[in-house]
Design a protein around this ligand. Structure first.
Ligand code: ADQ
Length: 459
């Protein structure tokens, strides 16, 4: 079996005490690396003026080498904050209005990808299989090819790929798509993303579908497919079951006693639709006054990317919105919305999901959305809660037992919450069982194996 070399913007380093990493993706990649041996490279998260001349920081753990590089402040500003998070992220989430395209940032993005390639090349052995992750590193294969690297290289995009009409609004679109043709396999989250990508190749007349998931573009033949990412379903379910005895989960249960819990869990990001969700909750209460003092909406939102001004501003908006709604509909003995602004441990999170009668997952656009899958995995089979899920999350393509909503339609979303809360236990079980069986068959290990099998196919 070939060694595996993973590259992602950030690396999940193994814990010093040997405990498993937090998060399904890290667990799956770690398992694939342990099985095959290899390396995982990425940015250390630190800046240093000497980043370009300093050696990689290497950590060896059994048969895996973790390789970290610092970046300069300019690199971080242009590559990470600039092009990745102010151009590609908004564009891929259909928010061209928030994209701030600049040539300097684009040049920085390609420069840092070249720098990653230069640092990575000496670690690569002839039979290694390379797996590059996400929108930060699209040009990496092209840079490696330029340096003569002929290995199998796969790419997985964790975020959506938008329709051609949107992609062409980005001045650098041709360079970005050309870069993708240097991979052997390009993986998207859903068949919609794949269709959008193929639609772009057709529209721009730069690629042909030559059948069997293969495409010809820019003089190269590569495969592209949909590989919906998942979670460690069985482990997460077990976590949730055990979390009932956790002190924080017990306290949460006491505090909602007699009321139904509705839970929302998201990184703070405009793509997650948190403001719209709060509005829909307010509408649900005002149109269903019988639920006053009968529900608690818990929104858990750790900060993310707080250096980016829009995120800072959004944090204020969410807090103000929650405060305004609590003021408007709350009573002396009832705080309708509880807003937690920090990260919580996975086991507490699993326990909270299990307590909640409704998983309220309403992103405006999301590559997949693992919270939806975690919510399902965490439920009590006898008394499962109901997932209210945005049709614009990649996971809506798979989780057929969810109540699907359009998060831009506040009335429809409010009605969906009412429907979820009044659903019979029989229907809840049926909906949940179909989703849970699907997630047990399609977990993150299966995702990882399928991608790597397809990447090495015909090698
Ligand atoms: P994200 O945008 O980060 O991921 P998501 O898929 O929902 O979105 O994953 C978030 C993860 O963070 C979940 O595992 C969740 O449990 C965890 N999390 C969120 N809030 C937390 C909190 N308060 N405390 C602790 N943990 C918390 C990107 C894409 C998604 C895609 C994933 C994986 O944007 O569309 O599903 O990558 O490919």
């Amino acid at each position: 079996m070939s060694r595996l070399v993973v590259v992602s913007n950030r690396v999940s380093l193994p814990a010093k005490d040997g405990s498993p990493p937090a998060g399904g993706l890290a667990v799956a990649l770690q398992a694939a690396l342990e099985e095959r041996g290899g390396a995982w490279m990425g940015w250390s998260g630190n800046t240093s003026a000497l980043a370009e001349s300093a050696a990689l920081t290497l950590q060896q753990r059994d048969n895996i080498t973790y390789a970290l590089t610092d970046l300069t402040e300019t690199d971080v500003e242009e590559y990470y904050h600039g092009f990745a998070n102010r151009v590609l992220w908004p564009l891929c989430h259909y928010r061209m209005d928030l994209a701030e395209y600049g040539r300097k940032e684009m040049a920085g993005y390609f420069r840092v990808n070249r720098f990653f390639a230069q640092r990575l090349a000496p670690l690569i052995q002839p039979d290694d299989v390379l797996w590059i992750h996400d929108y930060h590193l699209i040009p990496l294969a092209a840079e490696l090819r330029q340096m003569g690297i002929q290995n199998r290289i796969g790419f997985f995009l964790h975020i959506p790929w938008p329709p051609a009409d949107l992609v062409v609004m980005m001045p650098a679109h041709q360079d970005i798509v050309r870069s993708l043709s240097h991979y052997d396999l390009v993986g998207f989250q859903t068949d919609y993303d794949l269709q959008n990508f193929v639609g772009y190749l057709r529209r721009e007349e730069i690629g042909d579908d030559i059948g069997d998931g293969r495409f010809r573009s820019h003089g190269r033949v590569f495969r592209a497919g949909a590989y919906p990412i998942s979670i460690e379903t069985a482990t997460f379910a077990d976590f949730a079951k055990k979390a009932a005895s956790n002190a924080m989960v017990r306290k949460a249960r006491q505090s909602v006693e007699g009321r139904d819990l509705i839970i929302g869990v998201d990184r703070l990001d405009y793509s997650k639709g948190i403001i719209q969700r709060l509005d829909a909750f307010e509408r649900f209460i005002t149109t269903n006054p019988a639920y006053q003092n009968k529900v608690t909406f818990l929104q858990v939102t750790p900060k993310s990317r707080s250096e980016v001004p829009e995120y800072e501003q959004m944090q204020k908006m969410v807090a103000e919105q929650a405060g305004r709604i609590n003021g408007a509909i709350g009573t002396v003995d009832w705080v309708p919305i509880r807003y937690i602004n920090r990260s919580i441990s996975r086991s507490v999170l699993a326990g909270l999901y299990r307590l909640a009668a409704v998983g309220f997952v309403t992103p405006l656009r999301d590559g997949m959305n693992l919270v939806a899958k975690e919510y399902v995995a965490a439920q009590d089979p006898e008394r499962p809660g109901v997932l209210v899920l945005s049709r614009f999350a990649g996971s809506a393509r798979e989780l057929k037992g969810a109540v699907l909503v359009n998060p831009y339609d506040s009335e429809g979303t409010a009605n969906a919450v009412a429907k979820a809360l009044s659903m019979s236990v029989q229907e809840r079980r049926e909906r949940w069982r179909s989703m849970m069986d699907y997630l047990l068959d399609n977990d993150v290990m299966q995702w990882c194996d399928t991608f790597l099998q397809d990447l090495t196919m015909g090698q």
